[in-house]
Design a protein around this ligand. Structure first.
Ligand code: UT7
Length: 323
């Protein structure tokens, strides 16, 4: 069978760093509260005029260089974002143009913080169906643009960044020993709109709107949904938690990540944690973490890597990859 093998990854963080101490000057919060409740110590914020496609383009170029491929060898770009440059066209098309890529096709997917897992599943299915042989899968966000900077319950959490993977079709035996994406699992439940949403949009208010979240409620659902989807993922391929080398979770809250790792019986050094330095970068958080752990040599060829994420919609999902 055809497998989508990861042949490169890259990431980009805007230069400007915003610390918890900086935030304590803006709203009634403290470094102690943010670290204790979330694990976040600092985050990166895009410069004025720096757009989601700019961050995505940096990450895409880094991933292509890492894969030793040129843009004209890519058939498909799937870009996950909830903060596109414009209502349309897709930010993916701006990245395509920025790469100088005049063939193939590019589109965005919108599943908020689960976006990268959705984009990866989408690209994997295009590759398995034979409609693309190579794909660039990107998660890129400028959440700083949709944050209400007077709301301490959300402005301390979210941030900006981008990460990208390059997938390439390779023939596999159809077993769990194959390299590549082994399985993906996606879920959504639209009944939970009011717990995490943006209060604006082209068709509703004709404004961009601001992020609104009932954090405690989202937390409660995240813990349950992530545990369920991880169980479903392992069962689908007949693996045990002990087969996992690395957990690369969506980086929303260290407490959620610790809880998921504990349930799986994974040690903390098997978890790729970036939330302390990146904050919650929504669809960018998983590929940012992947790129970091692949670049520093933690994730090695042949390792089993479990990705999971949960976000607005609600949406949630997971992917299991043999690196
Ligand atoms: O990425 C998409 C998915 N999103 C998530 O997974 C986020 C899930 N939720 C969370 O990570 C956590 O619920 C939060 C980090 C958002 C909040 O942590 P919490 O432990 O659930 O706190 P809480 O909302 O229950 O608030 C506790 C207290 C409240 O005060 P009272 O009502 O107890 O007096 C808040 O007003 O903390 C207060 N508070 C703050 N205090 C200082 C809320 N935000 C802040 C703040 N600084 N920034």
């Amino acid at each position: 069978m055809i497998r989508s093998v990861v042949v490169g990854c890259g990431s980009y963080l805007p230069e400007r760093v915003l610390t918890n101490a900086d935030l304590a000057k803006l709203v009634d919060t403290s470094d102690e509260w943010i670290v204790e409740r979330t694990g976040i110590r600092q985050r990166h914020i895009a410069a004025e005029g720096e757009q989601t496609s700019d961050l995505a383009l940096h990450a895409a170029k880094a991933a292509l260089a890492n894969a030793k491929l040129s843009a004209d060898e890519i058939d498909l770009i799937v870009l996950a974002t909830a903060t596109p440059d414009e209502t349309f066209p897709a930010t993916a098309c701006r990245v395509q143009a920025g790469l100088g890529m005049t063939r193939g096709f590019a589109f965005d997917v919108q599943a908020v913080c689960s976006g990268f897992v959705y984009a990866l599943a989408t690209a994997d299915n295009f590759i398995k169906a034979g409609q693309a042989k190579t794909a660039l899968v990107i998660g890129a966000e400028t959440f700083s643009r949709i944050i209400d900077w007077t709301d301490r319950t959300t402005c301390v959490l979210f941030a900006d960044g981008a990460g990208a993977l390059v997938l390439k079709a390779e023939e596999g035996a159809g077993s769990i020993n194959d390299r590549g994406v082994l399985t993906t699992h996606l879920h959504s439940d639209g009944r939970y709109h009011d717990l995490l949403y943006v209060d604006g949009g082209p068709s509703s208010t004709q404004t961009t709107g601001n992020l609104r979240m009932l954090g405690r409620e989202v937390f409660r659902h995240a813990v349950v949904n992530l545990a369920d989807v991880v169980k479903e993922t392992l069962a689908a391929v007949g693996m045990q938690a002990t087969d996992i080398d690395w957990l690369v979770p969506h980086q929303a809250n260290k407490r959620i990540i610790d809880g998921t790792a504990r349930k799986l019986g994974l040690s903390t050094d098997q978890v790729v944690l970036t939330v302390e330095r990146h904050g919650n970068t929504s669809a960018a958080s998983v590929p940012l973490a992947l790129a970091e752990a692949a670049a520093d040599g933690r994730i090695k060829r042949g390792d089993v890597v479990l990705l999971e994420a949960m976000g607005g919609g609600f949406t949630w999902g997971s992917a299991l990859i043999r690196w």
